[in-house]
Design a protein around this ligand. Structure first.
Ligand code: TPP
Ligand code: MG
Length: 331
């Protein structure tokens, strides 16, 4: 395992750095338990794990204000937890229980939490991008200095609406950070087989938007890049595009046997595991001891175990709840 990926010195204090580790480890253990609970039939429907990509959500969301908005796609567990939703409310949502963040009505792909300004979790590829512009337009219109960070995959850039949204955001100087998590695949299709030009930041350039391509396996690099983007956007200069190079260690969804890539390729990226490499970096730079990290890992196991128990023991929504929170006439 190499720690070479994290080179730059950081001015962040040890507590903050250790907390990055804690958050990433929480995302990982939480999702390992999700996979288990899916196999047990406790979680149904589609489940897209974020395992391998944890540094992006944790690093990027760490520089947002609490009152900024976050929107994301269906691979949303990591963003929700990094935004501060509790493991209990997310696990209960995955179980379809009424104590879930979306009251059991959304499931894995539709996590939502108004108090955290976490505006979802959307199943349609790029479908949340127009909503993102809407939120950002409201901020701009009201002369509000808040911004929206929107997370999406490389595949979303093959959708027409992604381009309409980037065009409008740039034209109207909307406060949006476009966070593209380039995990190199859209389902089983490698980027190069679906895109005429896989240099993603060039798409941002086409709309006159500043951009950066950054190592998405390195939480500190993600944080630094997002900090620069936040500064630019919050100053009223319009949107910013970030491409984070990353890799999902598991299949596209729980139903994917991953027959389209080699074990060698997977092994190469496993060596860049954002949690292991950061843990090693913390220890070799004397920011934390192995004992500290072990204690964190143990505490996380307990928290996640509790979330499974909470979800399991929570009630399902009632049949009458089906008619709540909908716009159509039901009489
Ligand atoms: C408009 C639309 N087309 C197709 C799908 C089916 N679909 C779900 S995820 C996905 C791949 C998207 O890949 P990417 O944006 O790279 O995100 P990743 O899953 O890699 O995180 C597709 C095609 C969908 N949900 N919505
Ligand atoms: Mg992808």
């Amino acid at each position: 395992m190499s720690t070479k990926t994290i080179k730059k010195p950081t001015s962040l204090d040890d507590t903050t750095l250790i907390d990055f580790y804690r958050q990433m480890a929480l995302l990982r253990v939480f999702e390992e338990r999700c996979a288990e609970q899916y196999m047990l039939g406790k979680i149904r429907g589609f489940v897209h794990l974020y395992i391998g990509q944890e540094a992006v959500a944790v690093g990027a969301i760490s520089v947002l204000q609490k009152d900024d908005y976050v929107t994301t796609h269906y691979r949303d567990h990591g963003h929700a937890l990094a935004r501060g939703l509790t493991p209990n409310s997310v696990m209960a949502e995955l179980f379809g229980k009424s104590t879930g963040c979306s009251k059991g009505m959304g499931g894995s792909m539709h996590l939502f939490d108004a108090p955290s300004n976490f505006a979802g979790g959307y199943a349609i590829v790029a479908g949340h991008l127009p909503l993102t512009n809407g939120l950002a337009f409201a901020f701009k219109y009201n002369n509000d200095k808040r911004l929206v960070a929107t997370f999406f995959g490389d595949g979303a850039l093959n959708e027409g609406e992604a381009h309409e949204v980037m065009n409008m955001a740039a034209l109207w100087k909307l406060p949006v950070i476009f966070v593209c998590e380039n995990n190199q695949y859209g389902m089983g299709i490698p980027l190069e087989d679906s895109m005429a030009n896989p240099k993603l930041t060039e798409m941002a350039k086409a709309y006159g938007m500043p951009s950066a391509k950054v190592d998405g396996m390195n939480v500190l690099a993600v944080r630094d890049a997002t900090e620069a983007a936040v500064k630019h956007v919050r100053a009223g200069n319009g949107p910013y595009f970030l491409e984070f190079s990353t890799y999902r260690f598991r299949g596209h969804s729980m139903a994917d046997p991953v027959l389209y890539r080699t074990k060698e390729e997977e092994g190469k990226y496993r060596k860049l595991d954002p949690i292991l490499t950061f843990g090693e970096w913390l220890i070799s730079n004397k920011k934390a001891t192995q004992d500290q990290l072990d204690k964190i890992n143990l505490a996380i196991e307990y928290i996640v175990e509790e979330s499974v128990k909470f979800a399991d023991e929570s009630p399902f929504p009632k049949i009458d709840d089906l008619y709540k929170n909908i716009y159509a006439e039901t009489t």
